[in-house]
Design a protein around this ligand. Structure first.
Ligand code: C5P
Length: 220
């Protein structure tokens, strides 16, 4: 696989998506927001009236395998309908975390993610980009920030998008999601052994981007 891939993994609201977008822009690379995939899978399951529980794994995996998905700027079209708001809501976050813990669902989405690797390169963000999806990637970054910083960022983001949310409950939900993501049996959130850990609690986006680009120049 000659396509260069930069993996950015880390907990919820650590700034992976923003960092991935900036790094990709600098390098002219494609972007894979793998969290969006699990979010859309959750929305699709709900639309089909499915309960997101392990006993429905086969049906949920079918849903994941047959997603008809188009990323169009801010819009995310599922079967032609924009589901961006639903997937970014609190319920959407919870459903994504629940459906992503089901191994058959993860398997169903693996190939599609790998196929996003195209020249001149890809920046992939998520939880298991470096550990499972692109284990041979020349640069793996594990991006963290304190729970306080992350909750505050997500809060500002959601408020600016017009969502009515509370900081305290947001932080609780975030920590519950982190716990579920780090303790699940399949593809748990953890740094790859060869990942570079970056804590951006006190870094600007420009500073974090510069650090990743510097690592990239060294690695590739
Ligand atoms: O990154 P984002 O917050 O949008 O991801 C939503 C949820 O999808 C995460 O809480 C996690 O449970 C799941 N996820 C995952 N593996 C990925 C990306 C996201 O399990 N690579």
């Amino acid at each position: 696989n000659a396509v260069p891939v930069i993996c950015i993994d880390g907990p919820s609201a650590s700034g992976k998506g923003t960092l991935a977008a900036h790094v990709a822009k600098q390098l002219g690379f494609h972007v894979l927001d793998s969290g969006a995939l699990y979010r859309v899978a959750g929305v699709a399951a709900r639309q089909r009236g499915l309960d997101i529980a392990p006993e429905h794994a086969p049906a949920l995996a079918d849903v994941a395998r047959s997603l008809q998905l188009v990323f169009d700027g801010e819009r995310v079209l599922l079967d032609g309908r924009d589901v961006a708001a639903a997937m970014r809501s609190d319920a959407g976050s919870r459903d994504a975390s629940l459906i992503s813990a089901i191994p058959a669902v993860r398997d169903a989405l693996l190939q599609w993610q790998r196929e996003r690797a195209a020249l001149p390169g890809l920046v992939a963000d998520g939880r298991d980009m470096g550990t499972v999806v692109f284990p041979d990637a020349p640069l793996k970054v594990f991006l963290t920030a304190s729970a306080e910083h992350r909750a505050e960022r997500r809060y500002k983001q959601l408020i600016s998008q017009g969502f009515d949310v509370k900081l305290a409950s947001l932080r609780e939900e975030l920590e519950a999601r982190d716990l579920r993501d780090t303790t699940r049996a399949v593809a748990p959130l953890k740094p790859a052994v060869d990942a570079k850990v970056l804590d951006n609690s006190d870094l600007s986006v420009a500073e974090a981007t510069e650090q990743v680009l510097q690592w990239w120049r060294q690695a590739y």
